[in-house]
Write a protein of this length. Structure first.
Length: 200
């Protein structure tokens, strides 16, 4: 595996999940160790060279990389069943703990920007974006200063040139990047790649 120093200066964290099947996510392809629930919950595994989350109902965080201010996270993944929003898949920025973070996520019908501050949830903005179960999507989430922006697309298609949903918020100024998955019993999320970069 490449060491963290082998990455370019603008890359904060990266995982391709190209490793043997195992419990937990353990060490990412960039040499950094996953945090949050990814190395403690038995709902996490490496399976078929993907990051597996699921089979039990719950809300799970996976955190990777250093604390930073302005950052850009891109991941590709799928859900076996969205269930009218009861399960969702998304990325985190400025994550400080389970009660303080920004999230961009897909819930089956929408792309949503959400914040949680001191345990209180606020939906910042939303755009219609229908998704299908078992289809792989790529979601890009960027926070620079007070501006939040996100876009999503089918992984086998080209990235849209414009951001699909934006918001302005000053509640959180720094934190970590990662993923946040909400799954109902029997639902599985699979993550194919994760990259966090410095946003310039």
């Amino acid at each position: 595996m490449p060491s963290p120093t082998a990455m370019t200066a603008s890359v904060l964290a990266q995982d391709t999940f190209q490793r043997n099947n195992q419990r937990l996510w353990d060490t990412a392809s960039d040499g950094q160790t996953w945090g949050g629930n990814a190395n403690s919950s038995q709902s996490f595994a490496i399976d078929g060279q993907t990051g597996f989350v699921g089979n039990v109902q719950g809300v799970f965080d996976a955190i990777l990389g250093p604390r930073t201010t302005d950052a850009d996270v891109t991941f590709s993944g799928s859900l076996t069943f969205f269930g009218n929003g009861s399960s969702n898949i998304g990325s985190l920025l400025r994550w400080m703990d389970t009660n303080n973070w920004y999230k961009a996520y897909l819930d089956g019908t929408q792309l949503i920007l959400l914040k949680k501050v001191a345990g209180n949830l606020t939906r910042l903005n939303v755009v219609v974006f229908p998704t299908q179960s078992n289809k792989e999507y790529t979601l890009r989430f960027r926070v620079v200063g007070s501006m939040l922006m996100a876009k999503a697309w089918l992984t086998d298609q080209a990235e849209p040139s414009n951001w699909m949903v934006t918001a302005n918020d000053t509640s959180l100024t720094a934190g970590f990047g990662g993923l946040r998955v909400v799954v109902q019993k029997g639902v599985v999320a699979r993550i194919h790649m994760f990259t966090e970069m410095v946003a310039r």
